[in-house]
Design a protein around this ligand. Structure first.
Ligand code: FAD
Length: 177
């Protein structure tokens, strides 16, 4: 199980953001039953997702979590300009940190929902569809950029394949291998 800290390095506490899959009866469900004073043993701390420069953060659902501390740090340092977030969720209710991401990134966050598009609504703030080849061709003008991908395994591999096909350098596409 991968969990990235979502707090900044200089905070006095550790923060995790963990989606609960109650039906799986597994570790995420157990973690949500922790009580104040319980202890966690953290070991083998490692991870490959690190910031290499401005580009596109592409997240699916709870896959936003490894990007949170990076985006918060860039925001704090005034260095978030030039970064975009393409964030796919099934429904609007699934969007984690929607408000904070909007405050940090403004128009540079694009929320795309895979649920059916509501009919009869005007001025909807979400896009509907999937982050696929057509979507990326439309929203990524330059594939010669940095890309950070996290989400369901298949999403990571599908999007990586599309990016590389359109000229992204494998070294510039960051994800947990
Ligand atoms: C390095 C790493 C760190 C992680 N850290 C955490 C963590 O700290 N906390 C945590 O809770 N989880 C973490 N995860 C878990 C992981 O991100 C989620 O379990 C996974 O993204 C599924 O989340 P979900 O149920 O919200 O996604 P879903 O709701 O199943 O999917 C999210 C969106 O992705 C879309 N999608 C799915 N497949 C594709 C595809 N092939 N192409 C395009 N779009 C697709 C879906 O349609 C949907 O809109 C981590 C995973 C990795 C790889």
């Amino acid at each position: 199980m991968f969990e990235y800290f979502t707090c900044l390095n200089d905070e006095y506490y550790l923060e995790f953001t963990i989606k609960r899959y109650a039906a799986h009866n597994g570790v995420t469900d157990q973690i949500h039953q922790l009580q104040k004073g319980d202890e966690l043993i953290i070991r083998d701390v490692w991870g490959a997702i690190e910031y290499k420069g401005p580009g596109y953060f592409i997240a699916g659902g709870a896959g936003i979590t490894p990007f949170i501390a990076i985006l918060r740090q860039l925001h704090k340092d005034g260095k978030l300009a030039g970064n975009k977030l393409l964030f796919s969720n099934k429904t609007a209710e699934d969007i984690i940190y929607e408000e904070e991401l909007k405050i940090m990134l403004g128009d540079n966050v694009i929320n795309i929902l895979t649920s059916a598009e509501p009919t009869g609504e005007t001025g909807n703030k979400y896009l509907y569809g999937r982050i696929n080849e057509d979507f990326l061709k439309q929203y990524v003008p330059d594939f010669n950029d940095h890309f950070y991908i996290c989400g369901p395994d298949k999403m990571i591999s599908d999007i990586n394949d599309i990016l590389v096909k359109h000229g992204a350098k494998p070294d510039s596409v960051v994800f947990e291998k």
